[in-house]
Design a protein around this ligand. Structure first.
Ligand SMILES: [Zn+2]
Length: 419
C-alpha cells in the first residue's frame, strides 16, 4: 500500500467511524418527553412513531454503509480496478470510448447494488410508517427514466471531460470548467421544463382564494411571479414539501399536493414566503455561484492528479489513463468533499434562518409560519431532538425546534404555540 492508498484508506475509515458515532449519539438523544412546543400537535402514539422511524432508518443506513464499504474494499483489494481496465483496453477503442465503458460499468454496478436497498426503503420502511404511495409500476418506470437520463446527460458530459483531458493539454481543466458551467446554467432551465415533468405532473394553480393570496403576497414583496404549480407528490409519498426553481422570467414555485391538502391558505403563503425569501435574499444565486467555484477548484486539482502514477498505483494500475485517473481522483477527493459538504450545509442552515426571518417579517402574522413548520415536522415524522454532531454532518436545514426558537427570539414577532 503506497502513501496515497494509505491516505485514502484512512480517510474512508475515519468518515465511516465519524458517521457511525454521530448516528449512535443521535439515537441516544431520543427520549419520550415531548418538547413543550409540540404539546397538542403530537399525540403520544405519533411521537413514539417518529422516534421509531429514526431508529429504523438509522439501522438501515448502517446496513447500506457496511455493504457499500465492504464491496468497495473487495473491488479495490481484489484488484477489480485493473481487471476492468484490462477488459476495456482489450476492446481496442479510443481513450474516450474506453473511458465511457470503464466508468459506465462502475456506474451500472453501483446502481445495481443500490436497487434492493431502494426497494426495501420504499416498500418496507416508508410503507410501514404510512408514507409510501409508490406502486411497483411507478418504481420501475422511475428507475428506467433515471437510467436513460444518466446515460444521455451523464454520458455526454463525461465524454466531453474525457476528451478535454485526453487531447487539450495543460489547460484542459479550464475548458472543462467553462463547459460544465454552461451546462449548469442550461440545466437551470432544462430541469424544471423538461426533466421534472418526466416524473411528475405540474398543474398551474387554479384561480381562487389560494392563488389570489399568493399573488397578493408576491406583489407585496415585489416578486414577479407568473405561475405557481401544484405537483402530484402524492403519486409517490405522503410526505409534503414545496420548492423553487429557475431564474428571472423562468422562476417557478412548486407546491406538493400533499402540502396543499393539509395546510390553511395563510400557512401556505407563509411557506411560499420562506421560499421567495431564498430568492430575494439571493441564496439561490449564491448557492449556484458557490457550486461554480467548487467545480473550478475540483477540476484544477483533478488536472494535477489525473495522470499521477502514484494515484493509479494505489489501485494497482501500472499504466495510468485519463478515465482511471478520473475515477481514482473522485475517490481521493471524497475527504475534501466531506469538509466542503460540512461548510455548505452550515451555510445552507444559515440561509434557512434568514429565509424564516424573511417569511415572518413579510407575512401579516408569524403564527401561520410557526404552525406550518410544526405541522410539517409532525406530518413528515421529523426528529425533534437531533444530536449537534449529527446536525453538523447531515442537516441542510436547522432542527425545527431551533428554527422555532430563532423565530421567537425575533422579539417583535409574537409566537403562539398549540392550535
Ligand atoms: Zn428553505
Amino acid at each position: 500500500m503506497n502513501f496515497i492508498a494509505a491516505i485514502i484508506f484512512s480517510a474512508i475509515l475515519v468518515d465511516f467511524i465519524l458517521h457511525m458515532t454521530a448516528d449512535i449519539l443521535n439515537l441516544r438523544m431520543l427520549n419520550n418527553q415531548l418538547p413543550e412546543q409540540f404539546n397538542g400537535w403530537y399525540d403520544e402514539h405519533r411521537y413514539a412513531s417518529s422516534q421509531e422511524y429514526l431508529r429504523v432508518n438509522t439501522r438501515f443506513g448502517w446496513l447500506v454503509s457496511i455493504v457499500n464499504l465492504g464491496l468497495f474494499l473487495v473491488l479495490w483489494f481484489g484488484r477489480g480496478f485493473p481487471m476492468l481496465d484490462q477488459w476495456v483496453r482489450g476492446t481496442g477503442h479510443s481513450p474516450v470510448i474506453c473511458g465511457i465503458l470503464y466508468i459506465g460499468v462502475l456506474f451500472l454496478l453501483k446502481s445495481f447494488i443500490s436497487v434492493p436497498f431502494l426497494i426495501y426503503s420504499t416498500f418496507c420502511i416508508e410503507e410501514r410508517f404510512g408514507f409510501n404511495k409508490t406502486t411497483g409500476k411507478i418504481f420501475i418506470s422511475d428507475l428506467f427514466k433515471q437510467l436513460v437520463l444518466a446515460v444521455l446527460i451523464g454520458g455526454l458530459l463525461l465524454s466531453g471531460v474525457l476528451a478535454f483531458f485526453a487531447y487539450a493539454g495543460p489547460h484542459a481543466w479550464f475548458y472543462c470548467w467553462i463547459v460544465i458551467v454552461v451546462f449548469m446554467a442550461v440545466m437551470q432551465f432544462v430541469v424544471p421544463t423538461w426533466i421534472l415533468p418526466l416524473f411528475n405532473k405540474f398543474k398551474p394553480l387554479e384561480p381562487g382564494e389560494l392563488k389570489s393570496a399568493i399573488m397578493a403576497y408576491a406583489d407585496s414583496i415585489d416578486f414577479s411571479l407568473k405561475n405557481v404549480f401544484i405537483m402530484d407528490g402524492s403519486k409517490r409519498s405522503k410526505k409534503a414539501n414545496a420548492f423553487f426553481t429557475g431564474f428571472g422570467r423562468h422562476k417557478r414555485i412548486v407546491l406538493y399536493d400533499t402540502l396543499v391538502k393539509n395546510h390553511t391558505t395563510d400557512e401556505l403563503v407563509a411557506v411560499l414566503a420562506h421560499e421567495m425569501g431564498h430568492y430575494k435574499k439571493k441564496h439561490v444565486l449564491w448557492m449556484l455561484l458557490t457550486g461554480v467555484f467548487q467545480t473550478g477548484i475540483m477540476l484544477y486539482l483533478l488536472s494535477f492528479f489525473i495522470s499521477s502514477p502514484m494515484l493509479s498505483e494505489a489501485f494497482y494500475i501500472t499504466t495510468p489513463s485519463v478515465y482511471t485517473g478520473l475515477v481514482f481522483f473522485s475517490i481521493l477527493f471524497a475527504p475534501i468533499d466531506f469538509f466542503m459538504g460540512i461548510l455548505m450545509q452550515y451555510l445552507s442552515r444559515k440561509n434557512e434562518y434568514a429565509a424564516d426571518r424573511f417569511a415572518v417579517e413579510t407575512t401579516p402574522d408569524s403564527a401561520s409560519f410557526v404552525s406550518a413548520l410544526k405541522k410539517l415536522a409532525v406530518h413528515n415524522l421529523s426528529n425533534l431532538s437531533p444530536h449537534p454532531l449529527y446536525v453538523v454532518l447531515n442537516y441542510s436545514h436547522p432542527p425545527v425546534l431551533e428554527r422555532l426558537r430563532a423565530i421567537g427570539k425575533g422579539g417583535r414577532w409574537k409566537v403562539e404555540g398549540g392550535r
